[in-house]
Design a protein around this ligand. Structure first.
Ligand code: FES
Ligand code: FES
Length: 179
């Protein structure tokens, strides 16, 4: 159809928003449901709808690693995936790592970060720790340089990198006197 000056104006159409739907995620071993719009990121679902605020939002664009969580044991940036795509997967957040540690309440990497003074403001720390668990699950890091390279997606504005690497090293390669 060719529109001309004489053509009648097209009927105004109000765009309809897709409805929210119930999304059920398995987070830290429990099923949690929320009413989510289809474009809700996993990060926003966790923080804004499931009140798991341990996972941090830094850039919201996959650049900083603050939002790193584990999905089926693999580390991902939760800002870059939609919550609806993660139904049926096992999601572990920093809160879940602490739960796995039992009554002491700290995962070995959480304890190592404290022991090695591996954070200042701590904003990047949940993502760093989840990423370090993912790195260990991957099994590719053999050397200090490997750890630096494989943790390079996690940015620390405070610059605590040296101590972060030391903390990860101490869990990957515990010294006999620290056992
Ligand atoms: S908030 Fe997801 S990578 Fe920065
Ligand atoms: S400790 Fe502050 S951003 Fe890493």
């Amino acid at each position: 159809m060719t529109l001309t000056a004489e053509s009648p104006p097209m009927a105004k159409q109000t765009p309809s928003l897709p409805a929210t739907r119930t999304v059920t995620l398995t987070v830290n071993g429990s099923d949690i449901s929320a009413q989510l719009a289809p474009w809700t990121s996993l990060l926003d679902a966790l923080r804004e709808y499931m009140h798991l605020t341990g996972t941090k939002k830094g850039c919201d664009h996959g650049q900083c690693g603050a939002c790193t969580v584990l999905v089926n044991g693999k580390r991902i940036n939760s800002c870059l995936t939609l919550a609806v795509l993660q139904e049926g997967n096992q999601i572990t957040t920093i809160e879940g790592l602490a739960q796995q540690a039992g009554p002491e309440g700290l995962h070995p990497l959480q304890k190592a970060f404290i022991d090695h003074d591996a954070f200042q403001c701590g904003y990047c720390t949940p993502g760093q720790i989840c990423s370090a668990v993912g790195l260990m699950n991957e099994g590719h890091a053999k050397t200090t340089d490997d750890i630096r390279e494989l943790m390079s997606g996690n940015i620390c504005r405070c610059g605590a990198y040296t101590n972060i690497v030391d903390a990860i090293q101490s869990v990957m390669h515990p010294q006999p006197d620290s056992l």
